[in-house]
Design a protein around this ligand. Sequence first.
Ligand SMILES: *Cc1c(COP(=O)(O)O)cnc(C)c1O
Length: 383
Amino acid sequence: MNQHLRPDPVPFIDIAAQRRRLGKSIDEAVARVLGHCQFINGPEVTQLEAELAAFSGARHVVSCASGTDALLMVLMAKGVGRGDAVFCPSFTFCATGEAVALTGATPVFVDVDEATFNIDAASLKRGIATAKKLGLKPVAVIPVDLFGQSADHDAIGAIAAEAGLFVLDDAAQGFGASHKGHRLGSLGLATATSFFPAKPLGCFGDGGAIFTDDAELAEKLRSVRVHGQGSDKYDNVRLGLTGRLDTMQAAILIEKLKIFEDEIAARNKVADRYAQGLGNVVSVPRLASGCTSVWAQYTIRLPKGCDRDGFAAALKAQGIPTAIYYVKSMHQQTAYRDFPVADGGLPACERLSNDVISLPMHAYLDEPTQARVIKAVRGALST
Ligand SMILES: *Cc1c(COP(=O)(O)O)cnc(C)c1O
């Protein structure tokens, strides 16, 4: 504290607290890798893939360099490209639609459900019709488990099956959550996740993984991961990437996975306390029936007419950081505004981009600190 007795700033995500809890285990894991020097495809990579498979219930796990690569690699392995339409929600991190556009396929943006922030089934149906009218071939849908909550995989899966689309779940924020008792990773054709440090299960750099029950797809993904390698290293049978996860990051993730269940429980406690403390002054996130969340973000909606910038400034003055995910939906971004949107437009995405704001959220947010956040939010709203 300085001489004006300003309260210490609250971290938005407290990676240092987790680091303290893990103590020497991370240092020892890194030292083991430094000892054996197998920095690429070391034994920890295979071990992590097996542990992630056991955790998620997926038959095959292919680790990779990032969440973006995880999405892109599945699309590449499935041969998605020019003339194909891939549906994704517009209210998401840009990587969801970016991976589609990178293959040459057309992302078709779909609206979301305002209560859950996740892809809206009715808008997806309209989007499929829109794509056909434009002469595109509908091939896939990428539901996103936004802010950590599972999307409605039953509804989306049924529409996909009827329209002949494969489902690629973007669980970059939702890994660890479940839908009707099934962990994400075991739904759809494939699931992509990210281990970016700020995600619920993060490493100390970039990383990602793909989950699937399809053995043939898993084999293709392992080939795409190393430049489309065939039966030997210098045989190239398809286009690929340098898409591997470093051994060092795998070793770190093995340690973090051990406490992940416990952290998910802690995040849910924090979310419950927010709902109790704020539920009568702002719109707090709600879980759909059968869906759980790992609370990658705790995103509230401010009341009508509330000045969001002023609200953020009032919290900042008390040492409380906020963030806006997402100020613009993808279809409002310069790089993506020429891609089609589902008929009927995306009014929910646009409303959310105007009134959401995210509060500090992590597994180590203790009660007194959280009480400060709640008090500051209530205070900022009453002025
Ligand atoms: C973070 C994120 C990604 C991309 O993950 P990276 O590891 O940063 O490439 C993709 N989709 C969503 C929804 C994300 O939040």
